[in-house]
Design a protein around this ligand. Structure first.
Ligand code: SF4
Ligand code: SF4
Length: 125
């Protein structure tokens, strides 16, 4: 019991192991917090750079896409859907598991990972 209390006490004065949420990316809906940041009441946490190879939101470069449909074949989550008439695709973020198969298979780099990690929203699309 004493050992545990000692450990808890020690932890109170240690720095957190995780990065603090970068306030720069806080959504507008958290307006009160941002106003406090502006007034200097709350400290702004600087964003931590994402590591190389980070798998954020997948960006679809429509103009590069040649309509080969390889990405639709490899996607395990049905997040890439073909639009045969246009010979293009639709990417559905809400289904994506960030496995990277489509990015790997695309011959023209029309699908790429971005650094965007703040993906929660009220709309599925
Ligand atoms: S990253 Fe994976 S789950 Fe997401 S669209 Fe590409 S293949 Fe599908
Ligand atoms: S693999 Fe690339 S080029 Fe082929 S359909 Fe998908 S996004 Fe377009």
């Amino acid at each position: 019991m004493f050992t545990m209390a000692k450990e808890v006490f020690k932890q109170l004065f240690k720095k957190p192991f995780t990065n603090l949420f970068p306030a720069k990316h806080i959504p507008k809906s958290v307006g009160g917090f941002l106003r406090d940041v502006e007034k200097g009441k709350v400290k702004m946490n600087p964003p931590v750079p994402t590591p190389p190879g980070f798998r954020g939101r997948v960006e679809y470069h429509r103009e590069r896409c040649n309509g080969c449909m390889l990405c639709t074949r490899v996607c395990p989550a049905n997040a890439v859907v073909s639009k045969p008439k246009e010979r293009k695709i639709d990417y559905h973020l809400f289904r994506c598991t960030f496995c990277g198969e489509c990015v790997k298979v695309c011959p023209v780099k029309a699908l790429e990972f971005t650094d965007e990690f703040l993906l929660a929203d009220y709309s599925r699309d």
